[in-house]
Design a protein around this ligand. Structure first.
Ligand code: NCC
Length: 337
């Protein structure tokens, strides 16, 4: 996976897996939050996913290194002797920790389909972060499509969709606030990680390990602060039914595929995948939760998909790096992406 040049087939494979995982993840997470009975602590789920991602990344790195001796050298050089790099990667890990917890909060209060569509607001946010942090500029069509996306998302919420077979107490306002926070976190952390990854030749798996180490510390802090007392009483893995383990598994695998997608493709591809995930999770919500789709919702969802497509079209040709970009290596790498 870590070779510099990869085939188109491999990129399509990564995007497909990421999209299917993302769609399944959203719906499954929502399902676990609507089950009656003992409810698991979502903060522990976020933390366990970080641990699994760290273990899997170590496995991928050892595969890349080829021998235990080389793996040890890489770990000493990039992890144990690089506190500065660890500190650098702790920034996105803190932001992702907040985002991942917000996803649980939002999906405890909103339908999977509403969440998935509204969450696409991360695209303008990512666009803004890209312009500000990567010194890129966007075409007028791209900004226009960003506007169209906002209209689409507004339409989706205009006439609330009704669920028929979910009987839990929900607070939609809290759900939307959680999405707003997740949107900002996703945009910032995604662009920050991309910048760090593409501005040096350091392996993706090393970068992931650096990020997941602080991710574990940060999410453990979240566990302690939010559910500490209840966990002491009921246990860390309280309420871990098979579906919850499945959600954690998806969060881990999905996170790793996301990192591969960011390395080998770009935000355009990620946008297309997101559009596909909306359609898949909407269909799944109809089947699983009896979601009734209104005409307004359908038009809004369609606008969202079209805008994601339009946003993607010109990007490869029209991205211009600003004159004052100083990091030549980063510049060359961004053009080649
Ligand atoms: O929101 P999104 O991604 O930007 O969140 C990125 C997720 O990937 C993890 N990550 C990122 C970089 C990295 N090097 N390692 C990682 O593990 C982060 O921890 C974060 O969980 C999307 O673009 O829509 C996408 O959405 C998520 C997920 O559906 C939403 O965040 C749910 O709220 C998808 N994740 C999964 O399916 C597990 C992601 O694939 C795509």
């Amino acid at each position: 996976m870590a070779v510099g040049n990869v085939s188109v087939g491999f990129k399509v494979y990564c995007l497909t897996v990421m999209t299917l995982v993302a769609a399944t993840y959203t719906v499954s997470l929502r399902y676990t939050r609507t089950l009656s009975g003992d409810m698991y602590f979502s903060t522990t789920a976020v933390c366990v996913a970080e641990v699994i991602k760290l273990i899997l990344s170590l496995g991928m790195l050892s595969n890349e290194a080829g021998s235990l001796g080389r793996l040890k050298n890489i770990l000493v050089e990039h992890i144990f002797s690089s506190p500065k790099e660890l500190l650098k990667l702790s920034v996105p890990s803190i932001v992702y920790a907040i985002q991942n917890n917000m996803a649980f909060l939002a999906l405890s209060n909103l339908d999977a389909a509403v969440y998935q569509v509204t969450y696409q607001l991360k695209i303008p946010c990512t666009a803004l972060c890209t312009v500000l942090m990567l010194n890129r500029s966007l075409s007028r069509l791209q900004w226009g499509s960003v506007l169209m996306l906002c209209v689409g998302v507004t339409l989706v919420q205009w006439e609330p969709v009704k669920t028929t077979n979910v009987e839990i107490v929900q607070n939609p306002l809290l759900g939307f606030i959680a999405i707003a926070i997740a949107v900002c976190c996703s945009g910032f952390a995604g662009v920050y990680f991309e910048k760090v990854l593409k501005s040096s030749d350091t392996s993706l798996w090393v970068r992931n390990i650096q990020m997941y180490i602080s991710g574990i510390v940060v999410t453990l802090f979240g566990v302690y602060m939010t559910d500490g007392e209840k966990i002491l009483e009921k246990g860390f893995f309280f309420g871990y039914k098979p579906w919850v383990c499945f959600v954690i598994f998806l969060a881990s695998v999905g996170g790793l595929y996301t990192s591969v997608v960011v390395k080998y493709t770009d935000n355009i591809m990620k946008g297309f995948s997101a559009a596909a995930a909306i359609v898949i999770s909407t269909v799944a919500s109809v089947v699983l939760f009896g979601l009734q789709i209104t005409v307004t919702f359908a038009s809004g969802a369609l606008l969202v998909c079209i805008s994601i497509y339009l946003y993607g079209i010109p990007k490869q040709d029209t991205i211009k790096l600003t004159q004052n970009a100083t990091d030549k290596e980063l510049k060359a790498k961004l053009i080649s992406v």
